[in-house]
Ligand binder design. Structure first.
Ligand code: ASP
Length: 300
């Protein structure tokens, strides 16, 4: 069954921001579904759905990302497809509006998997991408948020997912050929130490796809997710427990809490295009569409 699920972060999304999160997730699913339903590939659907959210300005990805402790954006992303285990990832780039596209180019056009910082930006240019100005990605809302936490001693990213935003975006799709693709894109945690890299660009932590089993994209406190290799842990659970995506999603969020006291959310598809999702934050923004549905379900 062809299907697509996207997320736009897990935290205590305030009522005033619900509409923007809903609209952003709905646009992303609409874009990706248009590709999948007309016979397009899961890789194209995931890349294009995430590009919508990176450009939106609502999410912590591309334009509108959180600032690090020095007041700069540093963006991370990953993409993986489950037929061949091909994957690509990028971390700590400052002048790339669409890190998901750069991750795809690294997957398809380089011999490497993860490029960071200036080397990644150099590769982007050599692969035909145009770099933006860092200021194109910085929004006034984020500058003000950063000032408010930067001035406070004792702010830690771990606690950001209740009061402060965690608006990473992700998508998982399965196409007509049964190929599964997963992508995740983020500005990382608010006020992070410069050079900090979270779970989102790490294959197995933020994204994982394996045909015949499923795909997972995660969001939340990255340090906790890295410790338990969350995305791959959920895939392994699916493989060993009847490939039930909902049980695997619940299991992932449960052990995130039990083993490392972490909070976050996950979206999951299994090999049949069935959907699972779970979160331990007050809210998670997500949307999905499958061949069995008449219209997408959008939830915040
Ligand atoms: N997981 C991301 C990180 O730690 C943040 C998020 O999901 O909002 O970089």
């Amino acid at each position: 069954m062809v299907s697509l699920i996207v997320h736009g972060g897990a935290w205590n999304i305030p009522d005033a921001l619900l509409g923007a999160h809903r609209d952003g997730c709905a646009s992303a699913v609409g874009k990706g579904w248009g590709i999948l339903s007309s016979g397009g590939t899961a890789v194209d659907a995931v890349e294009q759905a995430i590009r919508v959210m990176e450009a939106e300005g609502t999410f912590d990805a591309g334009r509108g990302s959180h600032l690090n402790a020095d007041g700069h954006v540093e963006l991370d992303a990953s993409i993986m497809e489950g037929r061949s285990y091909r994957c690509g990832a990028v971390a700590a780039v400052r002048r790339v509006l669409h890190p998901i596209t750069l991750a795809r180019k690294i997957m398809e056009e380089s011999e490497h998997i993860l490029l960071v910082g200036p080397g990644a930006e150099r590769f982007a240019v050599s692969a035909g991408m145009t770099l933006c100005k860092e200021s194109d990605l910085v929004m006034e809302r984020e500058r003000a948020l950063w000032k408010s936490v930067n001035a406070k001693s004792g702010f830690t990213a771990k606690h950001a997912f209740s009061k402060h935003p965690g608006d990473t975006v992700g998508a998982v799709a399965i196409d007509r050929s049964g190929n599964i693709c997963v992508g995740t894109s983020t500005g990382g945690t608010l006020n992070k130490y410069p050079g900090r890299v979270g779970d989102s660009p790490l294959i197995g932590c933020g994204s994982y796809a394996e045909n015949g089993i499923g795909g997972v994209s995660t969001t939340g406190w990255g340090e906790g997710m890295i410790k338990i290799v969350l995305a791959k842990t959920i895939i392994d659970h699916m493989e060993e427990n009847g490939k039930d995506p909902q049980k695997a999603a619940d299991y992932g969020i449960d052990i995130l809490h039990k083993k490392v006291d972490g909070k976050g959310g996950v979206i999951v598809l299994n090999h049949e295009g069935r959907v699972g999702f779970a979160f331990s934050t007050p809210r998670m923004a997500f949307a999905y569409m499958t061949q069995e549905m008449n219209e997408p379900r959008v939830e915040v």
